[in-house]
Design a protein around this ligand. Sequence first.
Ligand SMILES: NC(=O)c1ccc[n+]([C@@H]2O[C@H](COP(=O)([O-])OP(=O)(O)OC[C@H]3O[C@@H](n4cnc5c(N)ncnc54)[C@H](OP(=O)(O)O)[C@@H]3O)[C@@H](O)[C@H]2O)c1
Length: 276
Amino acid sequence: MDAQKTVWVTGASSGLGLHTAMALRADGWRVIAGARSFGQDNGEQDGILRLPLDVTDEESVRAFCRKAAETALPDALVQCAGMLVLGSCEETLTDEYRRVIDTNYLGMVRMNREVIPLMRRRNGGKIVLFSSINGLLGIPFQSAYTASKHAVEGYAECLKIEVRPYGIQVMLVEPGDHRSGSDKYRPHAVAMNADSPYAEAYESAVARIHHDETNGSDPDVLGRKIARTLDRKRIPFRKRIASTDQHLAVYVHRFLGARVNAGILERYYIRKKKKA
Ligand SMILES: NC(=O)c1ccc[n+]([C@@H]2O[C@H](COP(=O)([O-])OP(=O)(O)OC[C@H]3O[C@@H](n4cnc5c(N)ncnc54)[C@H](OP(=O)(O)O)[C@@H]3O)[C@@H](O)[C@H]2O)c1
């Protein structure tokens, strides 16, 4: 029998997905990675099998799972594929919301629909879903992303209960800011230009968001933490990997009420320009 454990990782071409895939590989897992930028001929690199995957496309998800299963069935699935669109609630288009939710939330649903039967038949498996601190509280001008990650949080609570009898465990990873994300996956909503009524507040919030990510936590450390956790027999339902400030923000949101929370976040993200 094959003693090496296998993990399938989505969104593994960059950022936290790539760092997690590399940490799992270093820990001895057989890693099968999926992303759109892995073409048909990408094959194996650094001991990781790379297969094309677009989580917004049912046929691509099925093809990835078929191809990956030819190599090895998953003991674990780690879902990192994600993107966001920055913009005000008023001006972000329905299609822009749809794109974010289709990738971040429905992408996970599509993958799980293929992978759960494989795990159920083998009486076990671990499913890791990348949420975010934004899955727990709302950040201005990130409403599409925040909504998608809140959907992931609610979905995971249902999933955990349903699959437990089949020996399948579910874990939500809730990262705070990490210096890994690429601007490529953070486009501005098309309406966010100088004519927007939100232009000044938006500029301030985007500068803050950019600053926090650039100075964020080390993605290698996150990758290693997930690899260590996945090695355990029992994994926690929630794993928050964030700075002290961000842990505190979640605490404030939960215990101090909506008014205090909104006031703190508004002051933090939206700085008024001093009048000349
Ligand atoms: N970075 C942070 O500070 C942070 C904080 C909290 C949560 N997170 C979460 O962590 C995960 C990774 O984010 P990141 O910022 O580290 O990475 P990133 O650099 O933004 O990379 C995003 C990854 O998702 C893949 N992807 C995007 N759309 C896809 C699609 N339709 N199908 C398949 N793959 C797709 C991209 O690959 P291709 O373009 O090759 O498909 C890429 O590998 C996301 O779920 C994000 O929400 C990140």
